[in-house]
Design a protein around this ligand. Structure first.
Ligand code: MTE
Length: 315
């Protein structure tokens, strides 16, 4: 294993506890009962409650409402409008769902979503999300540290980066079959290995205690809270360890405007707008802007990852 710059918990300390889905009584409608009676396995559905424990690193700021978070989204696979994902993402089937894990690992394999939901401790982590478009939200994610999910694949010592890919399924993702091309698909993202294994980085499977709404990246998405929101790739189907810096969708689209690192940094403006302040969604149209914090307020945890780097160059 490569040398990390912070302690990674040994396997013995992350013994999976069984996180059991605590289905809400009202979700057991007639259809659900009929399926259960027929013997089909009961699957987690958007809106069902998850059994969670309080996780570390939560901000004490008031979270945005579920309506704000699931109604104002960026998920170009469903269109470019902020309301498009809420309108169209219900078409996405999220079962069965596996993430293939490969590249520079000694034990390549796959992660099944049912295992993620049942064999790990699901943590509540209230994080600020700062979008590159200068708006922000506070999101109470339900997630699992990415490092604890990836360690069983036994990363090779020479791996330096982690590459992520979103599902391609134009029949269910209308933005992928749009007549004018929105983005090249799949949406791809990447992190340096130490960023991916940092204890703040999670795979999110829920928010507000419930199974993730499709429009927020169901059934499983990345959350890297000190980076602009576009690094937090949704509906992941592939994770690969690499030696070279992996491609990242927005960086490929426009390398002048979007760097690989994309750390939240109020002192490095986007070429077309300032990054010094942000508008908190849900605060009303005339709410005052708030100052953007370096690393989105997570500097104490992550600044040391970039010691000696010129963050104007590596933006
Ligand atoms: N992942 C995929 N696959 N496709 C996308 O268009 N948009 C990104 C990121 N992940 C995006 C994605 C952007 S720009 C942001 S700000 C966040 O998702 C938004 O997450 P949210 O809609 O859950 O707030």
């Amino acid at each position: 294993m490569p040398a990390y710059r912070f302690p990674v918990p040994p396997a013995s300390e992350i013994t999976p506890k069984h996180a059991i889905l605590n289905r809400r009584a009202f979700m057991a409608g007639a259809a659900g009962l009929a399926v259960a009676a027929a013997g089909a396995p009961v699957r987690a559905q958007a809106g069902e409650m998850l059994k969670t424990v309080a996780g570390p690193f939560s901000t004490d700021e008031t979270p945005n409402s579920l309506d704000d978070i699931s109604g104002y989204c960026n998920f170009y696979e469903f269109g470019t409008g902020k309301g498009d994902p809420a309108k169209y993402a219900d078409k996405l089937t999220t079962r069965p769902w596996t993430i293939e894990v490969g590249g520079m690992v000694n034990n390549p394999g796959a992660i099944d979503i049912e295992d993620l939901l049942t064999q790990y401790t699901l943590e509540d982590r209230i994080y600020r999300l700062r979008c590159v478009e200068a708006w922000s939200m506070v999101v109470p994610w339900v997630g699992i540290p990415l490092s604890s999910v990836l360690e069983k694949f036994d990363v090779q010592g020479s791996a330096k980066y982690v590459a992520f890919e979103t599902l391609v399924r134009p029949e269910e993702m209308r933005g992928q079959s749009s007549t004018f091309p929105i983005l090249p698909w799949p949406y791809v993202e990447g992190l340096r290995l130490d960023e991916a294994m940092h204890p703040l980085t999670i795979l999110a499977v829920g928010l507000h205690g419930e199974v993730l709404p499709n429009q927020n990246g169901a059934p499983v998405r990345l959350v890297v809270p000190w980076k602009y929101g576009f690094k937090s790739i949704k509906s992941i189907v592939s994770i690969k360890f690499t030696e070279e810096e992996p491609p990242a969708t927005w960086n490929l689209q426009n390398p002048r405007e979007y760097g690989f690192y994309s750390n939240v940094n109020p002192t490095v403006d986007h070429p077309r707008w300032s990054q010094a302040s942000e508008r908190r969604i849900g605060g009303g149209l005339f709410s005052s802007r708030i100052e953007t914090q370096m690393f989105n307020g997570y500097g104490e945890q992550v600044a040391s990852l970039y010691d000696g780097m010129d963050l104007k160059k590596y933006f």
